[in-house]
Design a protein around this ligand. Structure first.
Ligand code: NAD
Ligand code: DAU
Length: 361
């Protein structure tokens, strides 16, 4: 049986780290942090560049000696196995996934393939490569608070909250979490899992609430608030999530779960009003002009009422806490989108328009 033990003692400056999904939103911030901080590591970023994967997110580090990009699909069993044999990865930080709840409602099977089968392929390849010696090896699976389902008006998700996923996305992430734990129990594979709340910040694809609304305000388009807008999320600045991942990778304990959250609950409608107020100032538009774009639209099916994380375990055991307030993080995020209009133009042309028409008509 897999014993709980410290990962930190296994620190090895010669690590080959496989990070999956590093061309996406959170992954690109984690890759940048690891590449800058651990010069002796070799960081392999494996990503098949779906609509959400964008190498423009990593232009500033693509020539670094300790960084290597691999274009590959985690659903391809043979290809993944061959890459593990070739590069002899010591540790896996697994972020690659289909990540948008609305897309999972129209393509549940695609989500099951990527999020469950893709994770299984990585687990199998890790088990095979590491079978003879698990010393210093780690499978770090990045998951979401959505696996716990929805909260009512009170309470917080803890690491022991029972799984109760409601969307095809969260069901597929829950399935992948279960498989990771099963590989730990059955084969002794050393693993750790973290479940994080809603991230926001630079480089997020404009299908998620905050970047979608920033883009629509810039373009003077309606802001489609689902239902009555009284849904609550717990928002965390993406760089704080990246720092938590670094901490868990090096100081977390094998077989543990860590919840990560912002201690920062917002009702969607209040968040949107704050965003509108900041955008009015930054775009030098009349006070209240962005709020006029708010449009209540048909609700998301199975919409979870409230997520809120109790992050006291990672706080007390590993000393992690968010470094920015929501107002600061949101302001930095808006500045990034306003300063990167080329990035925004690139990702909002072509298939984005088709997605947008279909989702919001
Ligand atoms: P994202 O959609 O921005 O990026 C996902 C990345 O995975 C993309 O680069 C994409 O190209 C890649 N990918 C998708 N399918 C792949 C495949 N078959 N093979 C290889 N690469 C593939 O996602 P994100 O928001 O950065 O989320 C990253 C991870 O963090 C996901 O596992 C998600 O479930 C989890 N998470 C996200 C949030 C959030 O608020 N965004 C919160 C908690 C947990
Ligand atoms: O909680 C963590 C999860 O947060 C991650 O695991 C997911 O990958 C990530 O997408 C996010 O899921 P949400 O569904 O909470 O995020 P999204 O930005 O899609 O929506 C946030 C809230 O805003 C939610 O209540 C739905 C609402 N919303 C969203 C969109 C896109 C709207 O009202 N209108 C919209 O157009």
């Amino acid at each position: 049986m897999l014993k709980k033990e410290s990962i930190a003692s296994k620190y090895n400056p010669m690590n080959n780290i496989l990070l999956t999904g590093g061309a996406g939103f959170i992954g690109s911030h984690v890759v940048r942090l690891l590449v800058a901080k651990y010069h002796d590591y070799k960081i392999f970023n494996l990503d098949n560049l779906t609509y959400a994967g964008n190498l423009e997110n990593l232009r500033d580090i693509e020539d670094k000696e300790n960084y290597c990009f691999i274009k590959a699909d985690i659903t391809n069993t043979a290809e993944i196995d061959a890459l593990f044999q070739k590069h002899q990865f010591d540790q896996v930080v697994h972020l690659a996934a289909e990540s948008h709840v609305d897309r999972s409602i129209t393509d549940p099977i695609g989500f099951a393939k990527t999020n469950i089968i893709g994770t299984l392929n990585l687990l199998e390849a890790s088990k095979k490569l590491w079978a003879s010696n698990y010393d210093g090896k780690l499978f770090y699976h990045i998951s979401t608070d959505e696996v716990y389902g929805t909260l009512g008006k009170e309470g917080l998700f803890t690491e022991t909250t029972p799984y109760d996923p409601n969307s095809p996305y969260s069901a597929s992430k829950a399935g992948s979490d279960h498989f990771v734990r099963a590989y730990g129990e059955t084969y002794g594979l050393p693993f750790v899992i973290s479940n994080c709340s809603n991230n926001y910040g630079p480089n997020q694809f404009p299908e998620k609430l905050i970047p979608l609304f920033i883009n629509n305000i810039i373009e003077n388009k309606p802001l489609p608030v689902y239902g009555d807008g009284n849904y609550t999320r717990d928002w965390l600045y993406v760089l704080d999530h990246a720092k938590a991942i670094d901490l868990i990778l090096h100081k977390g304990k094998v077989k543990e779960t860590y919840n990560i959250g912002g201690f920062n609950e917002w009702k969607n409608i209040d968040l949107v009003k704050l965003l509108c107020a900041q955008m009015d100032v930054k775009l030098e538009r009349a006070k209240g002009s962005s709020e006029k774009l708010i449009t209540y639209v048909k609700d998301r099916p199975g919409h979870d009422l409230r997520y809120a994380i109790d992050a006291s375990k990672i706080n007390t055991e590993l000393g992690w806490e968010p470094s920015v307030t929501f107002e600061q993080g949101l302001s930095r995020t808006i500045d990034w989108y306003l300063g990167n209009s080329e990035w925004l133009n690139h990702v909002t042309t072509g298939t984005y328009q088709e997605y947008y028409e279909k989702q919001y008509q």
